[in-house]
Design a binder for this molecule. Structure first.
Ligand code: RB5
Length: 150
């Protein structure tokens, strides 16, 4: 699968390990940074990863910050992005089965790398169930139009 991955400084080491895993599984990876431990702003990485998923340059995205919270908040501002912060395998599986999550968010300060790897592996291999969930996903898109505050 063509995947794009991004992180902030809190998750630089974790990203390096996760990229190794993804490559060993045969995935094609775009590494959108960050590329060092120097402090950066997570919304910048959420933007570049989300935009590559929106454009189809990547099929799915992975975003890692300290908690995964900031990345998920930022990514979900982009139309068509369904970013899911998953800290258990059950959440990862359900985010695919029911929500067709196209961006996975992880927290490098709240999850071990081993846990992130097992969550990611399950997330990548679980297919969306479609059916009744399609109606609900359509409503997410429809309800988000014209909702800007006056
Ligand atoms: C950076 O210190 C931290 O705020 C960030 O990695 C993330 O946890 C934000 O949600």
């Amino acid at each position: 699968m063509k995947l794009v991955i991004g992180c902030d400084h809190a998750a630089f080491d974790a990203k390096t390990e996760i990229i190794q895993l993804l490559k060993s599984l045969g995935h094609d990876i775009i590494d959108d940074g960050t590329h060092s431990l120097e402090s950066v702003d997570y919304p910048d990485y959420a933007a570049s990863v989300s935009q590559k998923v929106q454009s189809g340059d990547a099929e799915r995205g992975i975003l890692i910050c300290g908690t995964g919270l900031g990345m998920s908040m930022a990514a979900n501002r982009y139309k068509g992005i369904r970013a899911a912060l998953c800290f258990t395998e059950e959440l990862a599986e359900l985010s695919r089965l029911h929500n067709d999550a196209n961006v996975l968010c992880l927290g490098a300060r709240t999850q071990s790398v081993e846990s992130m790897k097992s969550i990611l592996s399950l997330w990548l291999t679980t297919e969306w169930e479609g059916d009744r969930h399609a109606r609900r996903l359509n409503k997410i898109e429809l309800n988000s139009r014209g909702q800007d505050a006056e």
